[in-house]
Design a protein around this ligand. Structure first.
Ligand code: PLP
Length: 459
């Protein structure tokens, strides 16, 4: 089974169907035995494609009037981008590189917002050439640059509306005050620019639903002022910040209900209003898990215990790789031993340990944990690793990005296809019955049967 990720060059990647009754944990364990990566002991990601479809469906149910423009910076995995594009999302791009990547994949310029308020001039010119018209700004200098290089853009003023409890505050760098937004409308008018609405970002990993209410009230003030300047705003971009981990779905529902109530209260008289959001971690985080191998081990205590650190484990991805999220995204990660769940352990004891990345830097420490004792060659898995991980991976000390295995559980197959069918609606024609050219392929240990199918999606 493969997923077409680039309609222009026909590039596909394999999608493996996990046999009925096999958990994704077990699937990841099986993958540790497979040799289909550069070195058999390289770390790897597993992406659950059904989870992405579920999240998209939940979004549609919870925020039906808001079109998500996925924030590419969060994770630019080609399958993630391709599936989202087929599902009907737009995309938030930060640079020429992200824009060109999406255009190459066949994404329409109308489905892209250039949402970096401070842009390199050549990137503005590129956006203009490629017909990307939605562009955000938050300072006067950008208005002058837009007047010179992209005077037909549909501009969106980004205001600062931070949730002080968000995991990553963005307001220290981006977003202007309501007062500055209003005064810049005069400048924009003078420069004969089209400003069509307001955007904000409450901060990545928002913890307080009420932050969206406050932000929407501020946006509403700018809308009202725009009327007095002779602009008619019809565009509202509520940014990102939506929680993404498996355990935060209730928080997402709370956020959604706050947003729906506030939009109903503040904007119901604006009948031509177009509302978008720029979620990143909401879609990417929980679809990906990461498996790393224990490459070395140091025993630090002669009598191992759960109180004092007993073992130091060295693994083959770290802070300069996928775990850059510990620094840039203030992430807290939870390890667990990746093992054959059909075999019972001889001991349930857990010991205090520290887990270290592969580089020669002592800053490269992932976490401390309580784990059963493992040894060189064993594997450790981390869940919720899709957001701000692989996208910030560096090649420091020569380590390369882990490969991603894309999978779909057999029991999810039908509902995945249904979800896709329903969501694709009139956008694309898809031949799902003929999508399944089934070929069962046994891996070496005959535990994993992979159903090979081609997902044929025609735009
Ligand atoms: N939009 C912009 C402009 C951003 O800078 C970011 C993240 O930094 C996002 C959207 C995505 O945010 P999140 O992953 O919190 O949804």
């Amino acid at each position: 089974m493969s997923i077409k990720i680039n309609p222009t060059n026909g590039k596909t990647v394999p999608l493996e169907v996990v046999p009925r009754g096999t958990s994704l944990h077990q699937f990841a364990f099986m993958k540790t035995k497979s040799t289909d990566r550069e070195d058999y002991d390289d770390p790897f990601y597993v992406m659950d494609v059904k989870r992405l479809a579920d999240l998209y469906q939940l979004w549609r149910e919870s925020l039906p009037s808001i079109k998500p423009y996925y924030a590419v910076k969060c994770n630019e995995d080609p399958v993630l981008l391709s599936l989202l594009s087929h599902l009907g999302t737009g995309f938030d791009c930060a640079s020429k590189g992200e824009i060109s990547r999406l255009l190459e994949m066949g994404v329409s310029p109308g489905d892209i917002i250039f949402a970096n308020p401070c842009k390199q001039t050549s990137h503005i010119k590129y956006a203009a050439r490629k017909g990307i018209s939605l562009v955000t700004f938050d300072n006067e200098m950008e208005l002058h640059k837009m007047a010179t290089h992209h005077s037909n853009a549909k501009l969106v003023v980004r205001i600062c509306a931070d949730d002080p409890t968000a995991r990553c505050q963005l307001g220290v760098k981006f977003g202007c005050s309501v007062t500055d937004a209003c005064s810049m409308l005069h400048v924009a008018k003078h420069l004969q620019l089209q400003v069509i609405g307001v955007s904000f970002h409450v901060g990545s990993g928002c913890q307080t639903p009420d932050a969206y209410r406050v932000a929407l009230e501020m946006a509403h003030e700018v809308f009202e002022y725009a009327d007095t300047v002779g602009y008619h705003f019809n565009f509202l971009d509520i940014g990102g910040g939506f929680p993404g981990s498996d355990t935060e779905l209730a928080l997402f529902q709370e956020v959604a209900s706050t947003i729906n109530l506030s939009i109903g209260r503040l904007f119901s008289d604006r009948h031509d209003l177009n509302i978008i959001a720029e979620p990143g971690r909401y879609f990417a985080s929980s679809c990906f898990s990461l498996a790393v191998q224990v490459t070395s081990k140091r025993v630090t205590s002669s009598s191992p215990s759960s109180e004092n650190e007993s073992f130091m484990y060295y693994v083959n991805d770290g802070v300069y790789g996928s775990f850059n999220c510990l620094i840039y995204d203030h992430a807290i990660v939870q390890p667990r031993v990746l093992e054959n769940s059909t075999i019972t352990r001889s001991s349930n004891s857990t010991y205090s340990c520290s887990i270290w990345g592969p580089t020669c830097d002592s800053l490269d420490k992932i976490c401390t944990a309580l784990l059963p004792e493992v040894t060189v060659g064993d594997w450790i898995q981390f869940e919720d690793m899709g957001a701000y991980t692989i996208s910030g991976h560096s090649s420091f000390n020569g380590f390369v990005k882990p490969k991603v295995f894309y999978c779909l559980r057999e029991e999810d197959k039908e509902s995945f296809e249904d979800v896709f069918m329903n969501l694709l609606t009139s956008r694309v024609a898809v031949s799902l019955p003929s999508l399944c050219e089934t070929a069962i392929q046994n891996t070496g240990n005959s535990v994993l049967a992979v159903v090979a199918t081609e997902l044929k999606v025609t735009c």
